[in-house]
Write a protein that binds this ligand. Structure first.
Ligand SMILES: [Zn+2]
Length: 285
């Protein structure tokens, strides 16, 4: 196995080992907590397109929710499954974070594994939060179930934004449609909350043309994945993904010898899970 791949594999195993599904990070000036709402593995059978190079039946994944400190309160990115399937509420209790202290929720999109945790028994779980989502995602989410009922319960809390706007000071909503019509990447300094651009890290960094069956518009989803990964690689940004193996944070690199040639096939990428050693992961080993 190539040295880079063995190091990446070792780092992925290390990141998952001994974790109770809560990890705290100081990323530059930003305090981030990664919470694993649900343990998840994606069946390889849900992927199509591109070159799928594995004999495994599943690839490691997760359902991650991120909290970003904002003074005395918290900004939450997505809300996981909630209910019995999700561990978000229990883990917030373990962190002594009251749901009332979550004042802002940014939704990358409205699939159930991202909005399920917004309500419990038909009541909002985060009563003080403003919940931000893109205009096209609002139209998409309110038209479907169970997202429609969830959004209706939280209707008074919803704020709709346009792509390119700054729903919260310092955080810009970037268009990343394709997975859903209003799928959004949130950009905060050198952090990129990429939502569902990647479902199978073991497959889709190497070949971004591989789509999960949940990607609604395959062409658009592939273009968004390529564009966001390329930008993150070029600007040494950290990506934080809802389904990247927990804790779901790391650097992206254009794979050695696979420079983006500007063609439709484009580049192949590597993902280096975040490591607290200063400077680690910013350059390839
Ligand atoms: Zn998802």
């Amino acid at each position: 196995m190539h040295r880079v791949w063995s190091l990446i594999l070792a780092a992925l195993c290390l990141a998952a080992a001994g974790s109770d599904g809560i990890r705290k990070f100081q990323l530059g000036d930003t305090e981030v907590i990664a919470i694993q709402d649900a343990v998840n593995a994606m069946p390889v059978s849900i992927f199509h397109g591109g070159k799928i190079r594995t004999a495994a039946k599943t690839v490691p994944a997760s359902v991650n929710v991120f909290l970003v400190r904002n003074g005395n309160d918290w900004i939450m990115i997505d809300a996981g499954y909630g209910g019995k399937r999700g561990a978000l509420a229990a883990k917030l209790r373990r962190l002594n974070i009251r749901p009332e202290a979550v004042r802002t929720i940014l939704l990358t999109h409205t699939h159930f594994d991202h909005v399920g945790g917004l309500t419990e028994n038909g009541k909002p779980c985060f009563p003080n939060a403003k919940i931000y989502l893109s205009k096209p995602e609002y139209a998409f989410g309110t038209g479907g179930e169970p997202s429609g009922a969830i959004l209706k319960t939280c209707e008074k809390q919803l704020v709709r934004f346009r792509f390119g706007e700054t729903p919260v000071p310092g955080i810009t909503a970037r268009a990343a449609a394709g997975h859903t019509p209003g799928h959004t990447v949130f950009e905060s300094g050198n952090l990129r909350f990429i939502g569902d651009l990647i479902h199978g890290a073991a497959l889709q960094f190497a070949d971004p043309a591989i789509c999960a069956r949940y990607d609604q518009d395959v062409k658009q989803a592939t273009a968004a994945r390529r564009a966001v990964l390329k930008e993150a690689a070029d600007s040494s940004a950290l990506i934080l993904g809802a389904h990247l193996p927990f804790p779901g944070i790391g650097y992206v690199h254009v794979a050695p010898g696979k420079k983006d040639d500007g063609t439709a096939r484009g580049a192949s990428f590597l993902f280096l899970p975040y490591d607290e050693t200063p400077g680690a992961g910013k350059t390839l080993p």
